[in-house]
Design a protein around this ligand. Structure first.
Ligand SMILES: Nc1nc2c(c(=O)[nH]1)N[C@H]1C(S)=C(S)[C@@H](COP(=O)(O)O)O[C@H]1N2
Ligand SMILES: [Mo]
Length: 317
């Protein structure tokens, strides 16, 4: 028996559009009510951000700026995908239950010597910078955010992968008591994602510990997540506890759930539709605009070379 369950990512475009109208209405209402709601959210987000405040804001890296406006925090911080805390976009209240300190990252698999490191120690070791990145969800909405973090290549260097390592695998925390979404047994928890080591070594692949000049609020995937801006958002795993180096391509959460729709590569491409909706345009969070989607989410110059010789693969799904 096939049981059809509705998931957020299966949302048909006409529903996504009505959400756009909803957000748009919030923009239009604006004024005193909008400002009050915004500052309330800001207060809660600040409470949830429990990292070492003294390290923020970090200096902005001028090599990573954008041609578009930064999405105001009141929109990006109140519209999240974090299935551990529910399948709606309003996970902020539930995500307050996430205990982010202390937080230990485990490095294992094909490395010189497996080890564990506290996130605060890791940050002090590698340093922080701010980068402005696009983010394009497979559901055809997008945002532009100032992430704070460090290049993933620095973490790879610390890990000292063995010669047989070809892939890097990210694993999110698993705690059913804290994260009610993880009690839904039909999802292949914990959330996992992966990249090739070549992708992980690209300058754009970023480990994120903060946003908007402060430590990550919980709903953004505190205290440590990934940002891979040329791929659909689901590749950017949140609240990571383990980084493993493997010889074989890791099976990912969404691949495990629906391989025909969510593959390993998942590079952004407006010309390759999702099986159930177009990827040609995207709704910009906090605005009434739909803009054309760009191949590799606008980062083709930096990343297209990674896929030479792989043209036979499902690179865009
Ligand atoms: N652990 C975990 N990571 C996740 C997700 C999730 O549900 N759980 N959702 C993904 C999806 S679909 C997107 S678009 C981004 C959303 O990031 P944001 O909510 O911080 O904007 O996180 C990605 N990483
Ligand atoms: Mo997404």
């Amino acid at each position: 028996m096939v049981i059809k369950r509705k998931r957020g990512w299966e949302m048909p475009e006409h529903l996504a559009t009505s959400e756009a109208l909803f957000l748009n209405r919030r923009v239009l209402i604006g004024g005193a009510a909008g400002l009050a709601a915004g500052s309330l959210l800001g207060g809660r987000a600040a409470l949830a951000a429990a990292g070492d405040q003294t390290l923020y804001p970090a200096a902005q890296n001028p090599a990573y700026t954008l041609d578009r406006a930064i999405t105001p925090e009141r929109f990006s911080a109140d519209y999240n995908n974090f299935y551990e805390f529910g399948t709606s976009k309003t996970v902020l209240p539930a995500a307050n239950a996430l205990k982010t300190h202390p937080w230990t990252l485990k490095i294992d698999g094909l490395v010189e010597k497996p080890f564990e490191i506290g996130v605060d120690d890791l940050i002090r070791k590698v340093g922080l910078e701010e980068r402005l990145y696009r983010h394009r969800c497979v559901e055809a909405w997008s945002m532009a955010v100032p992430w704070t973090g460090f290049p993933l290549s620095k973490l790879v260097a610390l890990a000292k992968p063995a010669s047989g390592a070809k892939y890097i695998r990210f694993e999110t925390f698993m705690d059913k008591a804290m994260a009610p979404g993880q009690r839904a047994f039909f999802y292949p928890w914990p959330y996992t994602e992966g990249l090739t080591l070549a992708e992980a070594g690209n300058d754009l692949a970023f480990v994120v510990t903060g946003v908007y000049g402060k430590p990550l609020p919980n709903q953004f995937g505190a205290p440590i997540r990934i940002a891979v801006p040329w791929k659909y958002g689901f590749k950017s795993a949140k609240s990571i506890v383990k980084v493993s180096f493997t010889a074989d391509r890791p099976k990912t959460f969404w691949e495990g759930l629906q391989a025909s729709e969510y593959g390993f590569w998942a590079n952004v491409n407006p010309a390759v539709p999702h099986p159930r909706w177009s990827q040609a345009t995207e709704r910009v969070l906090g605005t009434d605009q739909r803009v054309p989607t760009l191949i590799y989410n606008g980062y083709g110059e930096q990343v297209a070379g990674l896929y030479k010789g792989l043209e036979g693969e499902r690179l865009f799904l």
